[in-house]
Ligand binder design. Structure first.
Ligand code: CP3
Length: 344
């Protein structure tokens, strides 16, 4: 049995002090990240530079001693590996070639050798396995097919994922072919991450909340189930965290239905409700609003204590409800960590 706190929580143990990490913990709120990012040039060059990607992954571990390090990469490296054009516009976000027709889908030629393209990511994980402190867990990740498809179809982030919903309704054959291609690629990518040293993997479905009713079953739950069972068949001891963001009452039963070891809760979910209806099935992660990392103060301390206390009767990993933002104050992060570790 692993002694690492994060692994123990994922194994179902109720701990006196919950392990802590933060989504986007390596990011622009840290001056040392901004310096390394400037050295790398652009964001994608940083993702594909194993030495520098490992360096930014380690920065928040050195500064704060988080219980887990998450691989520095991006969910959009999969479309890049499949052959989409991908670039990032500073201050705006990602841009990709769009998928509107069968021809656009057929043009994703590189699909057969994603591993050649993604080799630098695996190298980053190998460096991290050597360099992380022994108490720190290494987390790999991928985007879930629906969320990645929303970017591939629209060619950018969209507030309501309307282009993806439209393709799903108008050309279900093409939409399902894209979902299947992404599901297969995600399984191959995460297996390779595990072989390179990831001890846990997290599935980011950031736009799961826009899937309603049967669509949620078909495009959030079913792909998660397929990915989890394929990974568990090959790597039965590697825990999986699923993040069907803004899933609302669909969080209930999600871990059981998919085989995931833990579900990550966004901050639109009431913690007391989640303790009763979601944590009853096993480990949960979350769910402090990331805006507290900007505003800090007594409100942050009170809310942090409340989340720790509400989840203290079962397995819990303390985290934010979504990624920390560039305008966060690094001192608020330290105060949050001190609060979690002294509340318990
Ligand atoms: O959590 C971590 O620290 C690990 C690394 C990580 C990044 N992105 C680095 C990143 C992870 C796990 C992601 C996941 C990701 N990427 C998601 C799912 C989680 C979520 O936030 O909902 C999504 C939707 C993306 C796609 C993406 N990447 C967008 C929309 C953007 C632009 C928005 C922004 O914040 O600028 C990115 C860029 C990105 N990914 C940055 C980082 C640190 C900022 C890039 C920079 O340095 O300029």
């Amino acid at each position: 049995m692993s002694e690492k706190l994060l692994m123990r929580a994922l194994g179902g143990e109720t701990l006196d002090v919950p392990p802590i990490w933060m989504m986007r913990q390596a990011g622009r709120y840290l001056p040392e990240y901004r310096a390394t990012r400037a050295e790398a040039g652009d964001f994608l060059s940083l993702c594909y530079n194993p030495d520098l990607a490992a360096e930014v992954t380690l920065q928040p571990i050195r500064r704060y001693g988080f219980d887990a390090a998450i691989l520095f990469a991006d969910i959009l490296l999969i479309p890049d590996a499949l052959g989409s054009d991908l670039w990032f516009v500073t201050g705006e976000g990602p841009r990709l070639s769009t998928i509107e027709t069968e021809d656009d889908f057929a043009a994703l030629k590189r699909g057969d050798d994603i591993h050649g393209h993604l080799a630098p990511v695996y190298e980053t994980l190998r460096i991290l396995s050597r360099e992380l402190p022994e108490e720190t867990t290494l987390i790999g990740f991928a985007g879930m097919p629906w969320t990645v498809a929303t970017y591939m179809i629209a060619g950018r982030g969209t507030p309501d994922q309307a282009p993806a919903h439209a393709l799903k309704a108008e050309n279900p054959t093409l939409f399902n072919a894209l979902m299947d291609r992404l599901t297969d690629a995600t399984i191959a990518y995460l297996s390779a991450q595990i072989e390179a040293g990831a001890e846990v993997v997290k599935l980011f479905d950031s736009w799961a909340g826009s899937l309603k009713g049967q669509d949620f079953d078909d495009y959030a739950l079913a792909p998660a189930k397929r990915i989890v069972s394929a990974l568990k068949a090959k790597h039965p001891d590697v825990p999986i965290i699923a993040f069907p963001r803004e899933g609302g009452d669909r969080y209930v039963g999600f871990a059981k239905a998919t085989g995931a070891d833990c579900v990550a809760l966004d901050n639109s979910v009431d913690a007391a409700w989640a303790a009763q209806h979601v944590q009853s099935d096993g480990c949960v992660q979350g769910n402090l609003a990331s805006s507290h990392m900007v505003t800090g103060g007594d409100d942050m301390v009170r809310e942090t204590r409340e989340i720790v206390e509400v989840f203290s009767k079962g397995p819990h990993i303390f985290n934010l409800g979504h990624g920390i933002t560039p305008d966060a104050d690094p001192e608020n992060v330290q105060l949050m960590i001190d609060t979690v570790r002294s509340t318990s």
